[in-house]
Write a protein that binds this ligand. Structure first.
Ligand SMILES: [Zn+2]
Length: 319
């Protein structure tokens, strides 16, 4: 059996459906309602795609509607549809236990939205999902595990009988998510990300549904390439800063599609996470403009962006 039909069979049995979205919005994993559990989605994408997320969920669920949202972590691209799903269906919303308090208080200094210059409408938080706890989705128990590194509060979910894992942003097939605490100088977070990969290896999933990108079964290959990236960043933390700048700028361009270079440079110069990266490089704030232009240049050289007159645009294949 090929891996796609193997996964399809497992997902049918587990009552789950994967909506693969992209890099601006996280994937959404929908669990059908059962006698044991309400209709539940894991992660809701970015706010600018919220209408589309709602339409996908509504067409899959029909009149039942969505009853519960669970978030693997609270980054804007995973919770951006929470507010709209609550308005539509008044669904219960669960977040990782460590994020419960800041999310309830909407503590901007703990939540990442102001820091990254990303948008996220406030949503209601009903309760927490704690690492070590099990939760029934459709008809099967899923165990929550702590998976820090990319985000200190993040959880992954694992269904032991079937070997299916929802890895959030702790493991992707090819790329590695930004290790956000390292941008604040907490380089121990690289070690935490490595430990999260060790955990994945111990759990030995057969199928991984990542937070972004397609479902995959070559878990050993994905763990290996993530480890190599992490070891590279441990040796060269400045490369991680470069990578984070490019990824955060691309996220903004995925949202906008095209921006005047002037606006993009101003946005980047005013956004705290970029200011912090600048400071970590030992550069003063008056280097912000030249630094912003350098990041745009490197993305243009790599073919992800191109310039037309005063505009910076996503390259065709990304639009
Ligand atoms: Zn994330």
């Amino acid at each position: 059996m090929d891996s796609a039909s193997f996964a399809a069979g497992a997902f049918k049995q587990l009552g789950l459906k994967v909506f693969e979205r992209g890099w601006l919005s996280s994937n959404n994993i929908l669990f059908a309602p059962s006698r044991r559990a309400p209709a539940t989605v894991v992660d809701t994408g970015y706010v600018s795609h919220a209408e589309q997320t709602l339409a996908l969920l509504a067409s899959a669920l029909g009149p039942v509607g969505l009853e519960r949202v669970i978030n693997t972590h609270l980054h804007s691209d995973h919770v951006g549809g929470n507010s709209k799903t609550q308005a539509q269906w008044n669904c219960e919303t669960l977040v990782p236990e460590a994020s419960l308090d800041p999310a309830r208080r909407w503590d901007e200094s703990r939540l990442s939205y102001v820091d990254t210059g990303q948008r996220c409408p406030r949503f209601r938080v009903d309760s927490a999902l704690a690492a070590g706890k099990s939760i029934v989705l459709a008809d099967y128990p899923w165990q929550a595990w702590s998976a820090p590194g990319h985000d200190p509060d993040a959880l992954l979910l694992f269904q032991a009988d079937s070997g299916v894992m929802l890895s959030g942003d702790a493991l992707w097939e090819q790329r590695l998510a930004i290790i956000f605490p390292a941008l604040e100088g907490e380089e121990a977070a690289f070690g935490e990300a490595l430990a999260a990969l060790d955990l994945v290896e111990q759990l030995a999933p057969k199928i991984v549904i990542p937070g972004h990108g397609r479902v995959f079964t070559d878990v050993a290959g994905a763990v290996k390439s993530s480890r190599e990236r992490l070891h590279h960043f441990l040796r060269h933390p400045e490369r991680h800063l470069d990578y984070a700048e490019r990824a955060l700028l691309m996220f903004n361009m995925l949202e906008h599609g095209q921006r005047r270079q002037q606006d993009l440079v101003e946005w980047l110069s005013a956004t705290p996470v970029f200011q912090r990266i600048l400071a970590r490089r030992g550069l003063a704030s008056d280097a912000a403009t030249s630094n912003a232009l350098r990041v745009i240049d490197s993305l243009a050289a790599g073919g992800q962006l191109h310039r037309e007159d005063e505009w910076v645009m996503l390259s065709g294949r990304l639009r």
